[in-house]
Design a binder for this molecule. Structure first.
Ligand code: PHE
Length: 453
């Protein structure tokens, strides 16, 4: 692998990995999970899951990628030649691609909302509307289920991905993350300040930050664990692929702690923005699930602030940045595979991976509109992809990874990776191995079983 295929700086490597992790999961899914699963109780369990389970599994992925020095399939093949373990990598690549099909569509919505905020269309007719909440709900339905508009925006996002990824790891992914991630943090901080100065900020904050421990139930724990895995980009080969771009002197444990802390920080900031805002405007009882929260409830909040268009544009820019830095990481999994396995050029690999999405993502998008009558097991294609990837494929890939790294990988492999071949000591090594061998596989199996109950 040429040096061009390694991240150039420590900061760039962290920005790219945080960029992958911080996505719609943290800015969109997290607040609605908090709302429906016991507020601060969920936050605490989520943080515990990230540190106790997420970091060890992240380290397993980083180590595999850096030692295998290849894509998700190639890394397994290099470390376990002649064995079937590469199938785990292949499953991860498939999962990541399926996720990409619908993630592009949701990223398209965020872009569309940004554009509609800039042009002012999102707020057109608001003064005349008797029921503002219904108005934003209807607008959201119209945007999402329309046959052509979401497609145009999804295609724009696919185009942006191609434009970035063609430039490769250093000049594309790393350089862009170095610009986008600081911008994202600045916008987030700006929103926190505004939200905390709203009239009923305290009430909203109390819900988010004062834990009621009796609210911790098995279902809360399982959902928090699912959220931890999704928000850290685990189980999809992304961190194996990025790990293969880490230089030899990168300290994996330090990196995983920095990445995880940043992800938690973003999630907490999102809570600090959303809960004070919705309580201040009496919207705390509105359904804060998935799309409704950011696409219907928040525009209603912005409409009550001075300069709604400005806030709305900034907010959807934030979401678009978060989404794009995640989509590029998911696409990179397949691109790296195409380059390594089929020896394609970077350009060919990018096009082979991304152009078919013009069709696949279109089907996903239409499955919410004119193809909504076509269902499998009662789910639209969009929901089917979301459900099977999050509840079955991601956990299965993570289990395979932990079982391989914990039980079958060459002896000393993990220790060498975590200590950079003995260059420094790691006091947490035993704990990490214990989690990878026993705790993670058992708990993740719990997630799968639970999702079928
Ligand atoms: N972590 C991303 C998010 O929170 C999603 C993602 C999952 C990205 C897996 C890459 C790999 O939105």
């Amino acid at each position: 692998m040429s040096n061009n295929n390694l991240f150039k700086t420590k900061i760039g490597l962290i920005a790219a990995t945080v960029g992958s992790a911080v996505g719609l999961g943290s800015v969109w899914r997290f607040p609605s999970e908090v709302q429906t699963n016991g507020g601060a109780a969920f936050l605490i369990v989520y943080i515990a899951c990230v540190f106790l389970l997420g970091i060890p599994v992240m380290l397993a992925e980083f180590s595999l990628g850096r030692a295998g020095r290849s894509d998700a399939v190639g890394s397994f093949r290099n470390l376990a030649p002649g064995k079937m373990w590469w199938l785990g990598g292949a499953l991860a690549i498939l999962t990541s691609y399926l996720i990409l099909c619908y993630y592009m569509v949701v990223a398209g919505w965020t872009f569309e909302y940004m554009w509609e905020s800039i042009t002012g269309n999102l707020y057109a007719g608001i003064d005349a509307a008797a029921d503002k909440s219904a108005m934003f709900g209807t607008k959201m339905q119209q945007y999402i289920t329309h046959d052509t508009n979401p497609l145009i925006h999804t295609f724009i996002i696919i185009g942006i991905n191609i434009a970035i990824l063609l430039f490769g790891v250093q000049k594309g992914i790393e350089r862009l993350s170095n610009i986008m991630m600081p911008l994202l943090f600045v916008i987030l901080l700006g929103f926190c300040v505004v939200s905390l100065t709203l009239p009923k900020a305290n009430e909203g904050l109390a819900f988010f930050l004062n834990p009621d421990f009796s609210a911790i139930t098995p279902s809360v724990v399982i959902r928090a664990l699912g959220q931890a895995f999704f928000s850290l980009s685990l189980g999809m080969g992304v961190l194996i692929t990025y790990g293969s771009y880490f230089p030899r002197d990168t300290r994996l444990i330090k990196t995983s702690v920095s990445v995880s802390t940043s992800v938690i920080f973003v999630a907490v900031m999102m809570g600090v923005i959303i809960f004070p805002a919705v309580t201040s405007f009496g919207l705390q009882d509105a359904t804060l699930n998935g799309p409704t929260l950011v696409f219907a409830t928040l525009p209603q909040v912005f409409a009550q602030l001075p300069a709604p268009q400005l806030w709305s544009t900034l907010f959807f820019l934030l979401l678009t940045l978060a989404a794009v830095t995640s989509t590029i990481s998911i696409a990179e999994v397949s691109i790296a595979f195409m380059q390594e396995f089929f020896k394609l050029s970077r350009k060919a690999a990018c096009l082979v991976v991304l152009l078919p999405l013009l069709v696949f993502s279109t089907v996903c998008s239409l499955s919410l509109g004119s193809l909504s009558d076509f269902t499998v097991f009662g789910l639209t294609i969009f929901d089917l992809l979301d459900y099977t990837t999050a509840n079955i494929l991601l956990p299965v890939c993570s289990i395979l990874l932990c079982v391989y790294v914990g039980w079958f990988a060459p002896k000393k492999f993990l220790k060498n990776e975590l200590t950079n071949n003995g260059e420094f000591k790691s006091s947490t090594f035993r704990f990490i191995v214990f989690v990878i061998r026993y705790i993670a596989p058992v708990l993740i199996t719990g997630i799968i079983v639970y999702s079928f109950l």
